[in-house]
Design a protein around this ligand. Structure first.
Ligand code: NI
Length: 243
């Protein structure tokens, strides 16, 4: 069986299992029959910040396409020019695209005008490539304050698994960190601007597919878990325990 078929089969099973079970109709004769435990396959969202970068992001998209695995990309506005095809490819291949500011500026303590020059300007640049969309926000460094959330205009997406892939760019260590800490509903943070992170991401996908995980975008993860996205609210994982 190819990776494509394996991944598709896992997620199909996951989708079926995620449907609500019909209410049991009890009779006295049924009372001794144990209830079948409803299986809930682990859902995992891979997210990538700081791109796009021509060579590394392209290689990542190739690897994800081969495995039929969707991801979420939070893009830096100043990196979009000249890389429009890469951004269009993300959307065309089922990935979620979001905003990571215009030039990777922390969103805390900004005036409304400066905030809009980071978030609004990047959303406009993405809309020029992809058409209108929500383009959810991931703030650089995960830093938010009341104003940053109030003005977000979309859910604010942080993460629950961070191998700090930028630190040493050590593929083996990054894969180990992610695989050790990932759990059902995790949002994994990686950066698609490093060749080591691309390599690590694809190894993580292969390992977690073997374990029966289903990869989804952040938006799909919320939908599958029945969480209504709220603008300005910070999310780290689903179910949103231990926020
Ligand atoms: Ni960043």
């Amino acid at each position: 069986m190819t990776w494509k078929k394996t991944a598709a089969a896992v997620c199909l099973l996951a989708a079926v299992a995620a449907l609500p079970a019909p209410a049991p109709r009890w009779t006295a004769a049924d009372a001794a029959v144990p209830l079948e435990v409803e299986s809930r396959p682990p859902l995992v969202a891979l997210t990538f910040d700081d791109g796009p970068r021509g060579d590394t992001t392209g290689a990542l998209l190739d690897g994800l396409a081969l495995r039929e695995v969707p991801a979420t990309f939070f893009l830096v506005g100043s990196r979009l020019e000249g890389r429009e095809e890469l951004v269009a490819r993300m959307a065309a291949e089922g990935h979620q695209v979001g905003v990571h500011t215009y030039d990777h500026t922390a969103l805390t303590g900004l005036s409304r005008r400066d905030y809009d020059a980071q978030v609004g300007k990047t959303r406009a640049a993405l809309a020029a490539i992809l058409g209108d969309g929500d383009f959810w926000l991931r703030p650089p460094y995960g830093m938010t304050d009341d104003a940053a959330c109030l003005w977000a205009g979309s859910p604010v997406i942080l993460w629950s698994v961070d191998p700090e892939d930028w630190r040493d760019q050590d593929v083996e260590r990054i894969v180990g960190e992610v695989v050790e800490h990932v759990e059902d509903g995790s949002i994994i943070l990686l950066h698609d601007i490093y060749p080591s992170s691309v390599q690590a991401a694809l190894q993580v996908v292969d390992i977690l597919l073997e374990r029966g995980c289903c990869f989804v975008t952040v938006e799909q993860l919320m939908e599958r878990r029945g969480v209504e996205p709220e603008a300005g609210r910070v999310y780290r994982r689903f179910p949103p325990a231990c926020q």
